[in-house]
Design a protein around this ligand. Structure first.
Ligand code: GRG
Length: 330
């Protein structure tokens, strides 16, 4: 399996332990034991903790010293992870997912209603933490990100139902469902660290481009990933009729016969063989290679947004993270 480079690995591992400590402390306020079990399952399950790490690194980049000890940085790091996990819980209910991070999805263990409620709990707690940490501005940044996530889910449903086939619509979905929260994490780090308007804009831009690339790679992994490494089966997007970038790019190059073949495979999308055939067709039509190129172009934009910042360990971490996004296998 491809690992992030050593420096980045150590940085991420250190931050993961930090955020897990914060989560465990914060969960002590949960009174209901069933809710607590569900939240522990969802929150302490080996996520990569990319979003809180971005809050921390962005705050350091704008000059905040010892950010891990700052109440505002801690509150915002928790808030973005909680919103991320709330969105995963709701998404798994929407998609009827069976697995998440190599384990049974919470909805298979607790049922749909409790999982929706647990997502609402995390949503509420995240907003309380954000408001306490950094006031109305932080709430507005997160509120806007959540609105965009929900709108993107609606658009994604329309794409799957009507087979809307444009890469523009795909990018709009990706900007909303993934990049909005990642951009918000970066901007909130800059806010908590005392950054000025131009620093906030630059970090938001880095986060947005990183987030788009992150989702494109996620969508590539849905076709090409190793289930033992990713913790989920391949072919979920195809089975759900989600039109992701590799397929959309392949369709641009397909002959009328190949278009018809793709249409038939989409009609048979519940069958395993249809997915294997689609993988081969997308490969032949260069869909995977071209999607990867687009992700790489996004990463170039993300790195360009970091150019105004002086070299530092945090800048190296953010640069390393951007490169790792392209190489990640999980
Ligand atoms: C309740 C806040 C809230 C939102 C509801 C359902 C919904 C709106 C949005 C769904 C958005 C969604 C599931 C986007 C996918 C984003 C994505 C790439 C998730 C995987 O992130 P990783 O790889 O996960 O960082 P880990 O497991 O490492 O934490």
């Amino acid at each position: 399996m491809h690992q992030p480079n050593d420096h980045l690995s150590r940085y991420l591992a250190g931050q993961a332990a930090w955020i897990e400590g914060l989560i465990s402390d914060d969960l002590q306020a949960v009174g209901d034991t069933e809710l607590l079990d569900l939240l522990r399952h969802a929150l302490l399950a080996g996520g990569k903790r990319v979003r809180p790490m971005l809050v921390l690194a962005a705050s350091s980049l704008v000059g905040c010293s010892r950010p891990q000890e700052r109440a505002a940085v801690r509150g915002l790091a928790l808030a973005v992870e909680y919103l991320h996990v709330a969105s995963l819980l709701h998404d798994d209910v929407i998609d009827n997912a069976e697995q998440r991070r190599g384990r049974p999805a919470a909805n298979t263990l607790w049922g749909r209603s409790r999982v929706i409620l647990a997502g609402d709990y995390l949503h509420a707690r995240a907003m309380t933490l954000a408001g306490t940490a950094a006031g109305a501005e932080a709430i507005a940044i997160l509120g806007q990100a959540i609105s965009r996530m929900v709108e993107a889910e609606f658009l994604q449903h329309r794409m799957a139902a009507g087979r809307l086939r444009s890469t523009d619509a795909y990018l709009q979905v990706v900007e909303g469902k993934t990049a909005a929260l990642i951009a918000a994490a970066c901007e909130l780090g800059a806010l908590a660290g005392g950054g000025g308007a131009s620093e906030r804009t630059a970090l938001r831009r880095y986060g947005s481009k990183l987030g788009i690339a992150f989702q494109v790679v996620d969508d590539l992994l849905d076709y090409l990933g190793d289930p033992d490494t990713t913790g989920k089966q391949v072919g979920n997007d195809f089975a759900e009729g989600k039109m992701t970038l590799p397929l959309l790019l392949a369709m641009q190059r397909a002959s009328p016969e190949e278009q018809a073949h793709i249409g038939r495979l989409l009609d048979q999308r519940g069958e395993r063989q249809a997915f294997a055939d689609m993988q081969r067709l997308v490969e032949r039509l260069d869909g995977f290679a071209r999607a990867r190129q687009q992700a790489a172009a996004m990463i170039d934009h993300a790195l360009a947004a970091l150019a105004p910042f002086a070299d530092s360990a945090e800048k190296a971490a953010l640069t390393g993270l951007a490169r790792y996004v392209l190489e990640r296998q999980r």
